[in-house]
Design a protein around this ligand. Structure first.
Ligand code: HEC
Ligand code: HEC
Length: 250
């Protein structure tokens, strides 16, 4: 039997002609994102009260507080996060409940949808020089702390599919994640890189870094990473903590 979602998406797709439908793979990607849009709007099997747009916004910008930006985040990264919520490696009561109720196909589709949305960066400039700026951009060799920029990008744009952007994430969300890693309430990152880094940061440093990273301009030219996949994510050498960080010290 066809699930209601699949039925609905067929109707939805039939009703709205896809402008400039190109090659078949592009059409398939569009279809997946369109099905995902339906999940974002309806909450899928998690129900309408959990519609993603309620917290993450219709444009995927997040709510400026605890709910992060999803627009333009790699699809494989988002799927991995939903999986981590579902199996408890990433603790958060609401997202855990939601992720558990989404079927794998819905997780995949909704991740593709948000990944396909552009991150509308306003014309932002680099935040001012500060101790947090130096820590972000240069790390702290004395502590063996690699720079955040070596993985998350100088402009917070993210590097490759595995290292998510920090630009445009709410400062409160960034600070909260550093805190969760510190207390092992988030323990899903490859090689525990973020767990170790977070434990080396003082609370005031984490707070200042969160403000700084949130204010970074990102890369407005970055194309929507529809094609980025879980495979690409695995192959990213920066995912391997044993790789020498470009800057910072061991
Ligand atoms: C009630 C508000 C709420 C709703 C509804 C909601 N989310 Fe979330 N979401 C959050 C919050 C808050 C977080 C951050 C949780 C944390 O600190 O780990 C989050 C985190 C996430 C993340 C992790 C992003 C990252 O950068 O690591 C993903 C992916 C996500 N949500 C997807 C979804 C999807 C898909 C839906 C709809 C099916 C959804 N969310 C519905 C509040 C919500
Ligand atoms: C060696 C690479 C590396 C370095 C250095 C690094 N990160 Fe990360 N960071 C990652 C990876 C990989 C993830 C994604 C983890 C996952 O898959 O859950 C991540 C995730 C994050 C997230 C969560 C983003 C989200 O959307 O939920 C925050 C916040 C973060 N890092 C902050 C920092 C800060 C601040 C620094 C510098 C003090 C830093 N990172 C240094 C690799 C790195």
């Amino acid at each position: 039997m066809m699930h209601w979602l699949d039925r609905l998406s067929v109707v939805w797709l039939a009703a709205i002609p896809l402008a400039g439908c190109g090659p078949i793979d592009r059409a398939a990607a569009d279809r997946l994102a369109a099905t995902g849009e339906l999940v974002a709007l309806s909450g899928g099997d998690a129900g309408a009260t959990n519609a993603c747009i309620a917290c993450h916004g219709i444009d995927g910008r997040g709510n400026g507080a605890g709910a992060p930006r999803l627009a333009g985040l790699d699809r494989g990264y988002q799927e991995a996060q939903l999986q981590a919520y579902a199996d408890g490696r990433r603790e958060h009561p609401e997202m855990q409940w939601i992720a558990k109720h989404l079927r794998p196909a819905q997780r995949q589709a909704v991740s593709a949808h948000y990944a396909s949305l552009p991150f509308a960066a306003e014309a932002r400039t680099m935040p001012a020089e500060s101790p947090a700026a130096r820590l972000y951009q240069g790390g702290d060799p004395a502590r063996g702390l690699a720079s955040c920029a070596s993985c998350h990008g100088v402009r917070g744009e993210g590097l490759g599919p595995a290292n998510p952007p920090l630009a445009g994430q709410p400062a409160a969300y960034i600070a909260e994640q550093l805190d969760r890693w510190r207390h092992s309430a988030r323990r899903n990152d490859p090689q525990n890189v973020m767990l170790r880094i977070s434990q080396q940061l003082s609370r005031p440093e984490s707070a200042a870094l969160a403000d700084y990273a949130a204010a970074l301009p990102g890369d407005p030219r970055r194309p929507a990473p529809l094609e980025a996949s879980r495979e690409a994510r695995r192959g990213d050498p920066r995912n391997d903590a044993s790789a020498t960080p470009p800057r910072g010290a061991e």
